[in-house]
Design a protein around this ligand. Structure first.
Ligand SMILES: [Zn+2]
Length: 115
């Protein structure tokens, strides 16, 4: 059972060092642990920041692998996995879209510590 980081300050420091080293795999884990901690603390501002960090890490990790699914120009794509959301359920905001599969993945990631 992975333990949560003790403070959000620690999370931000770890994220900062992961980004400096361009280690986005570690960054993703740090940010998702941080997100779990922010959720536990009900700190919505930190939740938002950490979700953004998760997105940034995922995008960095996906660089060079986008467009693998033959996405058409102008077609809506998931901001996380870069696959077309055509015919799928997706949730969006301005300039961002997340598909049902990524929602499930993110949900499982944040809940896998059990309660
Ligand atoms: Zn997706």
């Amino acid at each position: 059972m992975p333990s949560l980081p003790s403070s959000l300050e620690e999370v931000y420091a770890s994220w900062d060092s992961a980004v400096r080293q361009k280690d986005f795999k570690r960054g993703l884990l740090v940010a998702s642990d941080g997100y779990r901690l922010a959720t536990k603390k009900k700190s919505h501002a930190d939740e938002k920041i950490l979700l953004y960090f998760i997105k940034m890490a995922v995008q960095e990790l996906l660089k060079g692998t986008s467009n693998q699914a033959g996405v058409e120009e102008g077609e809506d794509v998931c901001s996380f996995c870069c696959r077309s959301t055509e015919g799928k359920k997706a949730v969006g905001g301005p300039n961002v879209l997340i598909c049902d599969e990524c929602i499930r993945t993110a949900f499982e990631l944040t809940l896998d510590q059990g309660s």
